[in-house]
Design a protein around this ligand. Structure first.
Ligand code: ADP
Length: 220
């Protein structure tokens, strides 16, 4: 199934999104105001065009209104990123995903109607920091500014213990929402207090970031 995407801004991040969507067989319209960037995508994206996305008329002429999902990957020029997002939402684009540079930038983007705001550098930095702290750390998904889901391998301190023995909710304020068993390769999505953690199990934990940090410090 092909879906139509447009990627505006072909810097390192936008280029990578554009490349991956194209490799997955998606229809992608790649847009940048710099000719050299656009030329790099002539044989990768379905269409690659030079345009300034702060120019509403130019975007209309590109038929942007027919596109389902637009990704605004303009890096340093916050003003251009905001103006582009505003124009896209005014043109009625259903899904606009925007890369933010800072928390203030994110706030403005959400106020003007961006559907999804991403912080690739911040998110990757968090993931790497967690994996530096612990070899058991597998993944981190930010739910809000204060809440996350993490995926970790069972540590020595957990193996052989039941959830009630570990008492994660009362001690650290976070919840084990699922356990993936290495032995059975099954996902237990409603773990019971009496379920025992085995070596190689992977725990999926939800909580406030400060509680997750506490949990990681003591148990991971
Ligand atoms: P990254 O940090 O992902 O590398 P950059 O800031 O280097 O991001 O790149 C952003 C890209 O967005 C650049 O290629 C730039 O030419 C493009 N860009 C910036 N403003 C506009 C605009 N108004 N219209 C179209 N492209 C733009």
């Amino acid at each position: 199934m092909k879906r139509e995407f447009a990627v505006i801004g072909l810097g390192r991040f936008g280029a990578s999104v554009c490349q991956e969507l194209s490799a997955e067989g998606m229809e992608v319209l790649a847009i940048d105001k710099m000719e050299s960037k656009v030329n790099d995508f002539r044989h990768i994206a379905s269409h690659a065009v030079i345009a300034d996305s702060t120019d509403e008329k130019a975007l209309k002429e590109l038929g942007i209104r027919n596109i389902d999902h637009v990704i605004v990957a303009i890096g340093d020029d916050i003003q251009a990123s905001i103006l582009t997002t505003l124009i896209l939402k005014e043109l009625g684009i259903k899904k606009v995903t925007v890369k933010a540079q800072s928390n203030h930038h994110e706030k403005v983007l959400l106020k003007i109607g961006a559907d999804h705001v991403i912080h690739p550098e911040r998110d990757m930095g968090k993931k790497i920091a967690h994996s530096l702290i612990s070899n058991n750390f597998l993944d981190h998904l930010e739910l809000s500014n204060e809440h996350s889901i993490i995926e970790i391998k069972a540590s020595k301190k957990m193996i052989g213990k039941t959830l009630v023995e570990l008492d994660i909710r009362a001690r650290y304020g976070c919840n084990v929402v699922a356990i993936r068993s290495k032995a059975t390769n099954k996902m237990n999505i409603s773990p019971l207090a009496t379920d025992k953690i085995e070596a190689g199990d992977v725990l999926i934990i939800i909580g406030a970031d400060k509680d997750i940090s506490k949990f990681e410090k003591h148990l991971v």
